[in-house]
Every structure is written in C-alpha cells, then in structure tokens.
Design a binder for this molecule. Structure first.
Ligand SMILES: Cc1cc2nc3c(=O)[nH]c(=O)nc-3n(C[C@H](O)[C@H](O)[C@H](O)COP(=O)(O)O)c2cc1C
Length: 186
C-alpha cells in the first residue's frame, strides 16, 4: 500500500507531523515507509484558474515543486494530510495544495456522475491540530474539506487533536493512540 503524508504545518517535528507518522506506521508493514512532503520547504504557487487542466492537459500546468506532490498523491492508496488551525482555517500551505488538486477533476466534473481523474478506492485521513479545546469550533470547515475529497471518490475522515505547541508524546499520548485507531477505522 502506498501511503503519502503531506505536512501543512510550518513547524519542524510538529505535533501534526507526529500524529501523521503514528497513523502511517499502523498502516504499513515492516520495511515499508510513507512518502512525506513538507509543504513549507517547497516552492509553489496557488491555482491560477487558467483552466488548462480542463481544456488542454490532464494535470496542472504549473511546473513547480507541487507538481510532483500532486502526482504522487494522485497515485497513493492512503493520503494523510495534516494542518494546524491558523486563524480558524487550515494553513495557507495546505490550502494551496488543495486548490491545485482541482486539476484532479475531469473537464465535465460539474455535471458528470464520474467527475474525478483519480482511481477509486482511495482513503484520506485529515489530521488537524488546534489550540482551541472545542472540537466543534472548526467542524463545519473541516467537514467541507472532507466533502471536497469525497467528490473525488476518496473515503475521507478527520482526526482533530486539541493541543498547543509542546510535546504531544508527554502532554497527550492518548491522542497518538487515538489517531492510530482513526487510521485503522478507515
Ligand atoms: C498564526 C497562528 C494562528 C493560530 N490560530 C489558531 C486558531 O485560530 N485556533 C486554534 O485553535 N489554534 C490556533 N493556533 C494554534 C495552533 O493551531 C496549535 O498550536 C497547533 O497545535 C499547532 O500544531 P502543529 O504542532 O502541528 O504545528 C494558531 C497558531 C498560530 C501560529
């Protein structure tokens, strides 16, 4: 199984990264490893709305660092996307990736019963860290992203971790156990 982690936090060794790696470890066998992209290290632009992916090409025409991320993600069996909540939203780094995944839609996606270029059977765990202990605070927002991935035929679920910067292993080891359960449940 091909597992890909796309990290949306700018922090090295962030808590969302630790949660994603714990989730991936439970999905993979001995000697297997996830492919990991740290978006903050990459150079890329947001979607330019050029519509080339609907009129000329099968993939996004922008030839920047995100091109490979989009390709690897499109051919993965299990995606783990991570983000902390910044000002009530996912990070700008992850949002730009999601906007560029618009290129996964076929030209007739609005009216088609089969709108996506992705193969069926993919799964996605959306790992969200947040300082706010209220898990309902950003739920509608997170649900909208799950719905978007659902339109690509991806079975998607969210795992929200209420924790601030600080070591999750000592502060909230229960969350590391819970994310493993969430990945297994998918
Ligand atoms: C610029 C900035 C904005 C933030 N805004 C929010 C917010 O709106 N709501 C919230 O719950 N936490 C907010 N936080 C806290 C982070 O979401 C929280 O510390 C998170 O656990 C960091 O995750 P990471 O270790 O994966 O980077 C913010 C942090 C930063 C740096």
């Amino acid at each position: 199984m091909k597992v890909t982690i796309i990290l949306g936090s700018p922090r090295l060794d962030s808590n969302s990264e630790k949660l994603a790696k714990a989730a991936a470890a439970t999905l993979l066998g001995p000697g297997e490893a996830p492919e990991i992209f740290r978006l903050n290290d990459l150079r890329y632009r947001g979607c330019q709305a050029c519509m080339s992916c609907k009129t000329k090409t099968e993939v996004c025409v922008l030839k920047d660092d995100l091109a490979r991320v989009l390709s690897v993600a499109a051919f993965s069996d299990f995606l783990i996307l991570t983000t902390p909540i910044y000002i009530g939203e996912i990070t700008a780094q992850l949002k730009a990736f999601i906007d560029r995944s618009y290129s996964w839609f076929k030209p007739d996606f609005v009216s088609s019963a089969d709108p996506t270029r992705l193969a069926p059977g993919k799964k996605l765990l959306f790992v969200v860290t947040q300082g706010n202990p209220d898990l309902g605070a950003y739920k509608s927002n997170i649900d909208a992203y799950l719905g978007y991935f659902g339109s690509h035929g991806i079975k998607a679920a969210a795992f929200q971790a209420p924790i601030r910067e600080g070591n999750i292993e000592t502060l909230r080891p229960d969350l590391l156990a819970d994310v493993v359960a969430a990945a297994k449940a998918l």
